[in-house]
Design a protein around this ligand. Structure first.
Ligand SMILES: C[S@@+](CC[C@H](N)C(=O)[O-])C[C@H]1O[C@@H](n2cnc3c(N)ncnc32)[C@H](O)[C@@H]1O
Length: 180
């Protein structure tokens, strides 16, 4: 059985950013389509619903089938997928609170899936940034959480703006809004 990520400071920072940013985007487009990569407990899906994104426009994926089943029980449309592998439509908002920590040989395999983003911490994020280009609508926005501990992110042409930040123990968490 794989672990489901329990909401932590990174989750709450991303929720806070969604509460700040989504209302204006919904005003411009009440039918906006929302996708989360890496749903975990479903906290961001619930936040999107509470803010007013129509439930039928909220989608999610996770590599971890336990998280997929959990979010399906909450009533959301969620599929198993490694990043965008099983995502076929395009979205106006895509959010990702990724595994962003550099590899730690002492960490067990299950928890690595949730927290470790490769040797430098940025491998999963860099692959996400490449694949997301195919799945974001023209005027769409990505909300991506990263840590000061993540090294080597390649923004590769994305326009980025810092829209949320918090110091937690030994790291600085940040949320960037990315667009074309
Ligand atoms: C840090 S947790 C975030 C969970 C939740 N979104 C939150 O904000 O609390 C990262 C999530 O991404 C999932 N994940 C990791 N690598 C993934 C990948 N390549 N494709 C899809 N999901 C992935 C993990 O299983 C985990 O549920």
């Amino acid at each position: 059985m794989s672990l489901i990520y329990e909401p932590a400071e990174d989750s709450y920072l991303l929720c806070h950013v969604l509460e700040k940013e989504l209302p204006l985007l919904l005003k411009q487009n009440p039918n906006l389509k929302f996708l989360e990569i890496g749903v975990g407990s479903g906290i961001q899906l619930e936040t999107a619903k509470e803010i007013g994104v129509k439930k039928e426009n909220i989608f999610g994926v996770d590599k971890n089938m336990e998280a997929v089943n959990h979010c399906r029980l909450l009533g959301f449309e969620v599929n198993e997928s490694d990043l965008f592998e099983n995502v076929v439509q395009n979205y106006d908002v895509i959010v990702f609170n990724p595994p962003y920590l550099p590899e730690d040989s002492l960490e067990d395999e299950e928890s690595k899936l949730i927290t470790t983003g490769g040797v430098k911490g940025s491998e999963v994020i860099n692959e996400f940034l490449i694949q997301a280009k195919e799945r974001l609508n023209k005027k769409g926005k990505i909300f991506l959480l990263i840590s000061s501990l993540t090294e080597g992110i390649n923004y590769n042409g994305w326009k980025k703006k810092l829209i949320g930040e918090k110091n937690v123990f030994f790291e600085n968490l940040r949320v960037y809004s990315l667009s074309f």
